[in-house]
Design a protein around this ligand. Structure first.
Ligand code: NAD
Length: 495
């Protein structure tokens, strides 16, 4: 049985806690590896190593830090297939999807290659006579990342690229369900020339997370996962004096107005709902269809579903893989099974015809006439289930989106530029698509939701990422000039 351990101080370190977790092969339902779960003492060791590496890494000049990032960019690019196959093996996503994940993660390393420019401060010459004022951005120290199962390569890249480039040292606690990509990335960072101890991976569960949240030497925690855990991380981490950004779950609505191109909207809804088996925080899970076109749109989505090829990633034609665990598959199937009793209409039942064998497969489901108050509408299902809610107007659709607990992503499909612009203005959601169903921002913007999709002030990566992983310092400076030196006990003023 393959054993996955920790990566501390530039090498693999076997766990000593005696605790471990199962890493499944979701396509077969069999265990493929075990992953060591760290004790609090093992987490402490990783933090001590990261702390020891900080002084020299933060003093490393910007050219050298950028050089490491450029090198890493080349290594990830050269190894994209290897990383993608690790993702497919442990997460289950098909290879094309896994390659997309690596490409979107890589953007963040490319962004961090510009670190000399990104860390520029401001400078005011002659703020007062002979006095200059300038601001600088400095790293925080040891920072931690805690990541979810659904993007085992991209989400760590969202965090560590900027964190390290800013001069911090990093401890990553990946999802225990698919930890191998993080270990592979750690090795690539070493090959890229990153000094030992700057990037560490500690595998584990709540024990490791709780120690991160209370460890006095961890300055900041970046988290991505479900809303209840995000809230817990934010509350506990900030109570312990840490800077925390905690991204949570989602229920992304796609508003389809009567004038939309319905074929384009149906293609987009199918791609965004069922891609990666719906296990994306930016997946579309609700279509809000204006009454006038709702029947047509539901029919168009229904027609497309049988063409989706569901099966293991090992077959290159497949478009949708299994879910992450048998338990999660059963939970998602439970929502589908309960929809009719709640008063919704089960148009396509994905529990039927899933691939044979022990894999955690479920085919796409389509549920019409879903409404607030039904579990299938209210809950984040995180599986290949698309619900349709019928609305009579733009205003009703907007109201549903703005009342929703979550505010991660949303999209409007219309040909009316005025309606789209009004939507951008009105909607209380962090990431908005106009005829784009999964509006994940490029790496030079920042990623983050509103409401219960984000706890904290700073969004992830991009300019917010640089702000999150640095703190600013303002220097007011005067060089001795005998001709201007006087004694003045008054409060300093600009003269
Ligand atoms: P999760 O919240 O179960 O786990 C996330 C991390 O928290 C993992 O590393 C896990 O080990 C740890 N964790 C889990 N339970 C814990 C506990 N009780 N105490 C301390 N730590 C704990 O999330 P998941 O199932 O891995 O990922 C899916 C969720 O992540 C979905 O809700 C999805 O919407 C969300 N997500 C959000 C974004 C975003 O950017 N907003 C991106 C990806 C995923």
């Amino acid at each position: 049985m393959n054993r996955i351990s920790h990566w501390i101080d530039g090498k693999v370190v076997e766990g000593t806690s005696g605790r471990s977790g199962v890493v499944w092969n979701p396509a077969t339902g069999e265990q493929q590896a075990s992953v060591d779960f760290a004790s609090a003492a093992e987490l402490d060791h990783a933090v001590a190593v990261a702390k020891g590496a900080f002084a020299s890494w933060r003093a490393t000049n910007l050219s050298r830090r950028a050089e490491v990032m450029f090198h890493m960019r080349e290594l990830v690019s050269a190894n994209r297939k290897e990383i993608a196959s690790l993702l497919s093996a442990e997460h289950g996503k098909v290879l094309s999807d896994a390659l997309g994940e690596v490409a979107r993660g890589l953007e963040n390393i490319e962004f961090a290659c510009g670190i000399p420019n990104l860390l520029k401060g401001g400078y005011s010459e002659q703020a007062s006579t002979g006095v200059d004022v300038y601001s600088i951005k400095q790293p925080l120290g040891v920072v931690a990342g805690i990541t979810p199962f659904n993007f085992p390569a991209m989400v760590p890249m969202w965090m560590f690229a900027n964190a390290i480039a800013c001069g911090n040292t990093f401890v990553l606690k990946p999802s225990e369900k698919d930890p191998s990509a993080s270990m592979f990335i750690a090795d690539l960072l070493k090959q890229a020339g990153l000094p030992d101890g700057v990037f560490n991976v500690v595998n584990g569960d709540k024990v490791a997370v709780d120690r991160i949240l209370e460890h006095p030497d961890i300055a900041a925690v970046s988290f991505v996962g479900s809303t209840p855990i995000a809230k817990y991380i934010y509350e506990t981490g900030t109570r312990n004096g840490k800077r925390v950004q905690a991204l949570g779950g989602a229920k992304n609505h796609m508003l389809v107005l009567a004038d939309a191109d319905l074929d384009m909207a149906a293609d987009a809804a199918v791609s965004a709902a069922y891609g990666s088996a719906g296990e994306r925080c930016m997946a579309i899970s609700v279509v809000l269809a204006q009454d006038a076109i709702a029947d047509q749109l539901v029919a168009k989505i229904q027609q497309r579903i049988p063409n989706i090829k569901v099966g293991p990633a090992s077959e290159p034609d497949n478009e949708m893989g299994p879910l992450i665990t048998g338990e999660h598959r059963d939970k998602v199937a439970g929502y589908v099974g309960g929809a009719a009793a709640e008063g919704a209409t089960l148009v396509v039942d994905g529990r039927e015809g899933a691939p044979d064998g022990g894999g955690f497969f479920l085919k796409p489901s389509l549920i019409d006439h879903a409404k607030p108050g039904m579990k299938v509408y209210d809950d984040e299902i995180f599986g290949p289930v698309l619900t349709v809610t019928r609305i009579d107007s733009y205003a009703e659709g907007l109201d549903l989106i703005n009342k929703n607990l979550y505010g991660n992503g949303t999209a409007i499909f219309t040909r009316d530029g005025g309606a789209a612009r009004q939507f951008e203005f009105d909607v209380q959601v962090g990431m908005v698509g106009v005829n784009v169903p999964i509006p994940v921002p490029v790496s030079y913007y920042s990623f983050g939701g509103w409401k219960a999709s984000l706890f904290g002030d700073q969004h992830m990566y991009g300019p917010d990422g640089i702000n999150f992983f640095t703190r600013s310092k303002v220097v007011t400076s005067r060089w001795p000039d005998p001709s201007t030196s006087t004694i003045d006990l008054g409060f300093p003023q600009n003269r």
